[in-house]
Design a protein around this ligand. Structure first.
Ligand code: WT7
Length: 645
């Protein structure tokens, strides 16, 4: 947490949208007069009815409303309002998985036409304002049409990452009662195909409420279409009008549901609404990335995650930006791909995850240095803590020491960036998420809730609401209250650990609950455990994270077998495949240890602290194990540990 600080370069301090003094002054106003501050920011959007009530929020009891008497349409703000002056501007460059495949360039006028058609097709399938539509699409242009079409007609979309399994998809379809699912024949990633339509077919017996499946033709793979249920997008699109009116929406009407993992139970459907969400991320895109008109912006995040929702789609389009959307992966065909794409489209701001940076750093500098990257002005990261070595490499080799790095800390639930340096305002400390964004009041507390002042390490809470905050968990408001506002009553608890240094800079240390962050993907240990115990040879499973060079955290699994089963390499493989099938490839266990017994207290509670230490290969200091029912269990686990450095 020590190390170097890179001061704000003079030209950034001079030319940036927000310099240090402006930040101080604006931040003070944002927390002292949130009504005045956010009323002003809301003017960034086009409202059908301007809001007169700005902030109406409480964390005890929990009730969060922003701009509650305002009316707008998010798709209008992302498309229509740019048509008059900038219809020919490129909304996004779509870059295919393989550079030899044809790409696409989509102007705002073209985007308008395709979104309108998509909206009319959805209407023809019976989708109405207030409905939920599940989108299970790869990173192809149609996923943006589908999301914006939902916004246009006032249906909430629920995008399910195209790497999730049929089982995971079915659970998410059922949870929000979607009657329409949008998918493609196949997806492409890194030269491989993903059988999306087949996955949907496999999910259908478990998702009986689905009436229509809209299918986008992408690879042309041979798939089965079920009569009466499955509809080709291109056929339906040909038969509808290319104009569709925007539905007037209340600022507090849901825009989308996005499922994310918690420490217990099934993934929860985080609900984001329209006016506050768009105001906040529109502003954050300008302030954090110093986005200026004419810049080419690229956020590499998949639309299946919140970073994709906010910064691949809604924020740049609402600012009339030209951005890049990429179907593939960083290292295909080789580790130069990101940098080649940056050169091809002359990208000015590039935003990616630490896991990608670490993987590309491992491939060697020459993949970077053989490209130009002269268009780059700023770099960003999000999703997990970035280790200082990877930060330094990104700064030095990729950004040639001229591009500030914004390390943005935020969550699915926060909608937009919460802690981040601003490029013209804050010196950069490799690994620090640095300073609160406007309107954000961070606080550190100890495990008993005592407030920690000055330089300290504790649990990160946020004291007051911000416009892009999630409003509820779909169908379970009590779970929302219990998960976020009950541990420290009246405060939003982030579940992240955090340090504040002598200069007041914030450093996220990682989750303090049973949530893993594997390659920037958030995963509940409970989800992986319940997938494992669903296997008929497994009686008990405990899942913990351990440090992994590329993924940040790896998945370490302890499995107790049902009587009569013996550990074997075949069974190891079977269990790995099983978890992939139950959840998806991102949940594949890295290390599996067969454990005849798990360390438990006398009341039967698994002592995860001990399992974490053994998985980390750090068992010299296991702490107090005297409360274990059978302390000898620990010796056996250590003897058999799978992560030996
Ligand atoms: C968790 C949220 C950035 C939004 C996409 C992830 C971790 C996120 C950082 C960062 C350290 C970070 C936290 C957080 N995280 N950004 N810059 N530095 N940790 O959203 O999937 O909801 O995950 O990601 O642990 O709680 P998510």
């Amino acid at each position: 947490m020590s190390g170097k600080t890179y001061p704000v370069p003079a030209d950034w301090a001079k030319n940036a949208l927000i310099d240090a003094d402006t930040y101080e002054e604006m931040y003070a106003r944002s927390v002292n007069d949130p009504d005045g501050f956010w009323a002003e920011q809301a003017k960034r959007l086009d409202w059908i009815k301007e809001p007169t009530i700005i902030k109406n929020t409480s964390f005890d009891p929990v009730s969060i409303k922003w701009f509650e008497d305002g009316e707008l349409n998010v798709a209008y703000n992302c498309i229509d309002r740019h048509l008059k002056d900038s219809g020919d501007r490129v909304a996004f460059h779509w870059e295919p998985d393989h550079p030899d495949q044809p790409g696409q360039t989509i102007t705002y006028t073209q985007l308008h036409e395709r979104v309108c058609r998509f909206a009319n097709v959805l209407k023809s399938l019976g989708v109405k304002k207030g409905d939920r539509v599940t989108i299970y699409l790869p990173m192809i242009p149609e996923i943006t049409y589908a999301m914006l079409a939902c916004a246009r007609i006032g249906a909430a979309h629920s995008v399910v990452f195209a790497g999730f399994s049929p089982e995971a998809l079915a659970g998410r379809i059922n949870d929000c009662d979607s009657t329409v699912v949008i998918t493609a024949d196949e997806g492409r990633r890194g030269g491989k195909t993903v059988p999306l339509k087949k996955n949907v077919d496999d999910a259908m017996p478990h998702a009986l409420g689905v009436e229509k499946v809209l299918v986008v033709e992408h690879t042309g793979a041979d798939i089965t279409m079920k009569g009466g249920r499955d509809v080709w997008w291109h056929e339906a699109a040909a038969g509808v009008d290319d104009f569709c009116e925007c539905e007037p929406m209340n600022a507090e009407d849901p825009l989308f549901i996005l499922y994310t993992s918690g420490s217990t139970g099934q993934p929860k459907g985080v609900v984001h609404t329209s006016g506050g969400y768009l105001t906040y991320i529109n502003f954050a895109h300008r302030a954090v990335f110093n986005y200026e008109d004419g810049d080419i912006f690229w956020c590499g995040a998949d639309l299946g995650w919140i970073t994709g929702h906010s910064f691949t789609l809604y924020a740049p389009l609402s600012n009339g930006a030209t951005s890049v959307m990429f179907e593939g992966v960083p290292n295909f065909p080789d580790a130069s791909r990101f940098w080649q794409i940056i050169d091809k489209y002359e990208v000015n701001q590039f935003y990616t995850a630490p896991t990608a940076i670490r993987a590309l750093m491992g491939a060697g500098d020459e993949y970077v240095t053989k490209t130009s990257r002269k268009s780059l002005k700023l770099l960003g990261t999000a999703g997990e803590p970035i280790n200082p070595e990877a930060w330094e490499w990104y700064h030095k080799v990729v950004g040639e020491e001229r591009c500030p790095i914004v390390d943005t800390w935020w969550q699915t639930e926060t909608g937009g960036c919460m802690l981040t340096p601003l490029p013209g305002a804050h010196g950069l400390k490799p690994g620090a998420a640095t300073a609160p964004f406007f309107g954000i009041k961070p606080q550190l507390v100890d495990n008993d809730g005592n407030v920690l002042e000055g330089a300290a390490e504790g649990n990160l809470c946020i004291l007051d609401s911000w416009p892009a905050q999630a409003r509820t968990i779909y169908g379970d408001h009590q779970r929302f209250v219990d998960t976020y506002f009950t541990t420290y009553k009246g405060k939003y608890f982030t579940s992240d650990g955090c340090k504040r240094d002598e200069d007041g800079a914030y450093w996220i240390t990682g989750r303090v609950d049973d949530v893993l962050n594997v390659s920037g993907h958030r995963m509940g240990t409970a989800e992986v455990e319940s997938a494992l115990v669903a296997h008929d040879k497994v009686s008990e499973a405990a899942v913990v994270g351990y440090p992994h060079d590329i993924k940040g955290q790896g998945i370490y699994v302890y499995v107790t077998l049902m009587a009569g089963n013996e550990p074997s390499d075949d069974l190891l493989k079977e269990l790995r495949t099983w978890v992939r099938k139950e959840i998806g490839p991102i949940a594949t266990p890295d290390l599996i240890q067969f454990a005849p017994d798990l360390p438990k207290t006398r009341s039967g509670k698994i002592m995860r602290r001990i399992l974490r230490k053994i998985a980390e290969d750090e068992f010299s200091n296991l702490g107090d194990i005297s409360t274990l029912a059978d302390p000898s269990v620990v010796e056996k686990l250590i003897d058999n540990r799978q992560n030996r450095s």
